[in-house]
Ligand binder design. Structure first.
Ligand code: XMP
Length: 321
């Protein structure tokens, strides 16, 4: 019978058999899949595993800390953090085209991860790379496996030829809800286990306009308010994703106190979905939308207008870029 205990025991045994005494690395993204995969491997081979977290500076408020502090505290995993914010923001300066942003982020990610992997590899015999591939990913890609690439997180190709790893994919037979249950029983932080899907390029594709520290700070503040209010309303698990999008290239006139403002709008984009292929806009309660709107315009000086996206997918996509 399928029980969580069995899954953990079976996977731990399988990982030990596959890996032996070799060293293993795993890239953490902040998402649930890589976090659960790494936790399982750690349970199996302990400090033979080194995790790498490339902080590209494009995560939401509190997410880097969640990985660096809460996740490490919960698992005891050996973690190498690379703060690459300046590098990513440098490469993204002046870029507004969505696909150009994706390409740059994917390219920089590979470079930074590769450098970190090389440093770890020179310290030991690293032969394996952990990936949080799920069953739906396996089916979608025709069941193939083989040499490493840093999966769909950044939608880009593999590592260079001299950095080939064998893959460890302990979640290959599991669906998302099973992965969450597994994460919970492995004692991972609640917010991590229940995190909504979040794109690899992060907030960069939720800023319509240039990705810079100023715009990131504005979006992070607004996004945090939306997440706090959604959580407080108890509706987290009814919503598939809740992007907040900053229209950095748009300004509109407003009034606050005695003064005219000329600020930026944000778009609230809560959606319901089963698999992100299609989606519908979430009918969130108006009083929740109102609280979010009031708080954002009160607390984030640069934002003077909050709008709601009521487009399904298709024809809209979930993200605005
Ligand atoms: P769209 O916007 O195409 O998104 O409806 C479908 C799902 O994919 C996520 N998404 C991405 N994930 N890299 C990712 O890892 C990306 O470049 C990317 N673009 C979109 C999106 O958040 C949604 O879950």
């Amino acid at each position: 019978a399928w029980t969580m205990g069995n899954v953990i025991d079976d996977q731990v045994a399988a990982i030990r058999a596959q890996v032996g005494d070799a060293e293993v690395i795993c890239g953490l993204s902040g998402g649930v899949d890589s976090a659960v995969a790494a936790a399982l491997v750690h349970k199996a081979v302990g400090d033979q595993l080194t995790c790498v977290f490339v902080d590209h500076g494009l995560l939401r408020a509190g997410e880097a800390e969640q990985v660096e502090r809460d996740y490490v505290a919960a698992t005891g995993i050996k973690l190498k953090v690379v703060d690459a914010t300046e590098r990513f923001l440098g490469a993204l300066a002046g870029v507004t085209d969505p696909e150009a942003k994706r390409k740059i982020i994917g390219r920089e990610f590979i470079r930074v991860f590769e450098a970190a992997a090389r440093e770890i590899a020179t310290a030991g015999d690293v032969r394996f790379l952990v990936q949080g591939t799920l069953y739906p990913d396996v089916v979608e890609s025709g069941g193939g496996t083989g040499t490493a690439n840093i999966k769909s997180h950044h939608n880009v190709g593999g590592l260079p030829d001299d950095l080939k790893f064998d893959l460890v994919e302990p979640l290959r037979m599991l669906f998302k809800d099973e992965v969450r249950a597994l994460g919970a029983s492995l004692g991972l932080p609640e917010e991590m286990v229940w995190r909504h899907p979040f794109p690899g390029p992060g907030l960069a594709i939720r800023i319509i306009g240039e990705v810079n520290q100023h715009n990131l700070d504005i979006l992070r503040a607004a996004d945090l308010i939306a997440r706090q209010e959604l959580t407080a309303s108890g509706l987290d698990r009814d919503v598939w994703q809740f992007p907040v999008v900053l229209l950095a290239d748009v300004r509109s006139v407003g009034v606050q106190g005695d003064g005219r403002t000329y600020g930026h709008p944000v778009v609230l984009r809560p959606v319901s979905s089963e698999d992100a292929m299609t989606a519908d806009w979430s009918r969130l309660p108006y009083d929740l939308i109102a609280r979010i709107s009031t708080r954002i315009t009160n607390e984030v000086r640069e934002i003077n207008r909050v709008t709601l996206d009521v487009t399904s997918k298709p024809p809209g996509t979930i993200e605005w870029e």
